[in-house]
Design a protein around this ligand. Structure first.
Ligand code: CAA
Length: 240
């Protein structure tokens, strides 16, 4: 039977490349989006990948979406927790809302989605969960106390969950991308971005497909011995 994957934030950036890589690996993919309806529609038309609209920060919406996807495509075998947002500013200027929005989406969303898919994976005795962390969760970043905290939390989340799920044939891993050429990175002020790129030994931003190929690798049938790991893909910017 065709395996089914959910990619949150799966219609843009790293998520888009991941949805395509998993489709190309032969899986049925459900890509989520929250706000950008036009981009999601265009993505669905271009790729033939099914798109579903919900907010990963909303616990009940995650439950409902997972049920709908399972009813439409079949039992869910893979979850890629990719959806994430930034609300950058120095902490002195950071509002309480900008703290909570990032925590609720970037790490709360992973919890919500795991709660929605894990019972099914356990029943079937197989699963792959890949969380998208960040170099900035490993090294910190000026202007990202909220984002760095949320992404850093994913390491503990991954290691604890991997211990709980190993007995059910479910692996849990985190990929920590560096600066990748996506809309999110394009929003960094030009002068700041130039300084960041100057610190990347490979000498350029990464490409979304360079992250997606690792997601597909971790999701593969014969990756069952890789669990609780963090894999850094950052052009040598931070060797962790
Ligand atoms: N180190 C030291 N000083 C820095 C700095 C840094 N990295 N970045 C900015 N500053 C300085 C500025 O030059 C400025 O100095 P002056 O006051 O002397 O002019 C001062 O800090 C600005 O301080 P503010 O309190 O005014 O900062 P701000 O609230 O306006 O925030 C900023 C500015 C949002 C941090 C902006 O500099 C920025 O966007 N930086 C990049 C943040 C970044 O890398 N985000 C990553 C987004 S991509 C992503 O997150 C994907 C991923 O996983 C990698």
């Amino acid at each position: 039977m065709t395996r089914v994957a959910i990619v949150t934030g799966g219609t843009r950036g790293i998520g888009e490349a991941t949805s395509i890589a998993l489709r190309d690996a032969g899986y049925a993919v459900a890509a989520s989006y929250v706000g950008n309806v036009d981009r999601a529609r265009a993505f669905a038309e271009r790729t033939g990948i099914a798109v579903f609209q919900w907010d990963v920060a909303d616990y009940d919406a995650c439950q409902a979406a997972a049920a709908e996807i399972a009813a439409t495509l079949g039992p869910i075998d893979m979850l890629v927790n990719n959806a994430g947002i930034t609300r950058d500013s120095s902490v002195l200027k950071m509002s309480r809302d900008h703290w909570s929005d990032v925590i609720d989406t970037n790490v709360g969303g992973c919890f919500n989605m795991v709660k929605a898919v894990l019972p099914g994976m356990r029943t079937h005795g197989w699963g792959r969960i890949v969380n998208i962390g960040s170099i900035n969760g490993q090294a910190g970043q000026f202007g990202q106390v909220n984002y760095s905290a949320a992404k850093s939390a994913l390491h503990g989340f991954t290691k604890a969950l991997a211990q709980e799920t190993a007995r059910y044939g479910i692996t849990v891993n985190t990929i920590a991308p560096g600066y990748i050429a996506t809309d999110m990175v394009a929003a960094v002020p030009e002068e700041q971005l130039a300084k960041i790129v100057a610190k990347i030994p490979v000498g350029r931003l990464g490409e979304a497909h360079e992250i997606a190929r690792m997601v597909a690798f971790l999701c593969a049938e014969d990756s069952g011995f890789i669990t609780g790991s963090t894999i850094s893909i950052n052009g040598g910017q931070h060797m962790y």
